[in-house]
Design a protein. Structure first.
Length: 169
């Protein structure tokens, strides 16, 4: 199943944190963490948050509601998840933590459902011109939100890094 998602065109962004990998893992693995760190999140409600099963509901500022169903969970290293509307098309997402000395780096890669049904040759140009710029902007804002919360301890104001056409109100 994972290999089907990995055939899609993807978008990836990274950011360094002044945290060790254990601290970064605590930040990204806590249930409901998007409430304090995600600039386009209206609410992030835990559905299930147990040792082997994790899922939550993310309501964006514009009311769009996605369910995140975690597929893999590697303590201290990251996770993968499927995200999308309940019973709708799903995007595959990887969150990966890397150690950089006493610091760490978080990389988020999205394999979006949008354009996924098209052959890559047809999807390439719309992906490069339309999907990739919007997902890059989104991922940068999400990563900066986590960094903001990690460095200040303050909840990220909504739309703090600018509005997003897919998720802002």
């Amino acid at each position: 199943m994972k290999s089907d998602y990995l055939r899609r065109l993807s978008v990836s962004q990274s950011i360094e944190f002044d945290l060790d990998t254990e601290q970064l893992w605590e930040l990204i693995s806590a249930g409901g963490n998007l409430n304090s760190s995600h600039p386009f999140c209206k609410t992030n409600e835990v559905i299930t948050w147990e040792n082997e099963k994790h899922s939550d509901r993310l309501v964006y500022l514009n009311g769009r509601t996605y369910i995140r169903n975690f597929q893999t969970w590697e303590e201290g290293k990251g996770y993968t998840l499927l995200i999308g509307e309940e019973n709708g098309p799903q995007s595959f997402v990887e969150w990966v933590i890397q150690s950089i000395g006493e610091k760490s780096k978080l990389t988020i890669t999205v394999y979006p459902f949008i354009l996924a049904k098209l052959p890559k040759i047809l999807a390439f140009i719309p992906h490069k011109l339309w999907v990739q710029p919007r997902l890059n902007s989104y991922l940068k804002s999400v990563l900066m939100g986590f960094n903001h919360y990690a460095t200040t301890g303050e909840i990220v104001p909504r739309n703090h890094f600018g509005k997003h056409p897919w998720f802002s109100d």
